[in-house]
Design a protein around this ligand. Structure first.
Ligand code: SF4
Length: 237
């Protein structure tokens, strides 16, 4: 069954997730690409989950489209990782999605260091609007959310109604633990961001990501000096 955002009701998601619930992540990806084909895009942040998903997606659809929200503020290690992934999986179509404003233009229009003054606006300009423009071209998208990552992600299903982007959000890794993610990466010798070995479990823009101390929550290094916990991509409107 192919759900579309415009046509599906809450019970359609429930019954579909009921049918899919015994499938593993690779089977979910096979179902997703069989169902949506080129109408499906993966929005990847190139974190540890992202690398696992890329490897699995490559097994299912060699020329899948993967978009990266290039805010212009990522760590050099993240850009280096993307180059290594492109080398390992040359058939995948990895696209860098840029915001409309360059960092200089953003500073001119909204003032310097917007990420400190108004991080929600900064994320909106550099992540949310570019992703919205991308997702408008597709029926469904894939995300690497895992339930144990945060309370706001605990109820994520394989197939989700995405009100913010008026899309279908497919999350094949909902049940995975962090340990399983790393077992997969090591088992398949996948490339990963070197910052993970320097106490950066969750990596976003350089301005808004810090290393965490032993025992701290994995996402506590993101927007560490503010109340912000999510960039807004995974929050309903
Ligand atoms: S994570 Fe920080 S620097 Fe990146 S877009 Fe959001 S506020 Fe701006």
């Amino acid at each position: 069954m192919q759900l579309t955002y415009q046509k599906a009701a809450a019970e359609d998601y429930e019954s579909l997730n009921q049918k899919l619930k015994k499938k593993d992540s690779l089977e979910i990806l096979k179902w997703a690409y069989q169902t949506y084909g080129d109408e499906l895009v993966y929005a990847c942040s190139f974190g540890a989950e992202g690398i696992v998903l890329i490897d699995m997606i490559h097994k299912v659809k060699k020329d899948a489209v993967i978009v990266f929200l290039d805010t212009d503020f990522h760590f050099k290690e993240t850009y280096e990782l993307i180059d290594r992934v492109k080398e390992r999986y040359p058939s995948l179509r990895i696209e860098m999605t840029k915001p409309e404003l360059t960092p200089e233009e953003q500073a001119e229009v909204h003032g310097p260091e917007l990420w400190k003054v108004n991080p929600d606006l900064c994320c909106s300009i550099r992540k949310l609007i570019p992703l919205e423009q991308q997702l408008n071209q597709y029926t469904a998208w894939i995300s690497g959310l895992r339930r144990e990552q945060s309370p706001t992600r605990a109820n994520t299903e394989f197939v989700n109604q995405d009100r913010r982007f008026q899309s279908i959000k497919i999350c094949p890794l909902i049940h995975w633990t962090e340990e399983e993610i790393w077992m997969y990466i090591r088992l398949h010798q996948l490339p990963y961001n070197e910052l993970h070995d320097k106490n950066y479990p969750s990596i976003g823009c350089e301005h808004c990501t810090k290393a965490v101390l032993a025992g701290e929550d994995a996402r506590s290094g993101r927007w560490a000096d503010t109340n912000k916990t999510e960039c807004g991509l995974h929050l309903d409107k």
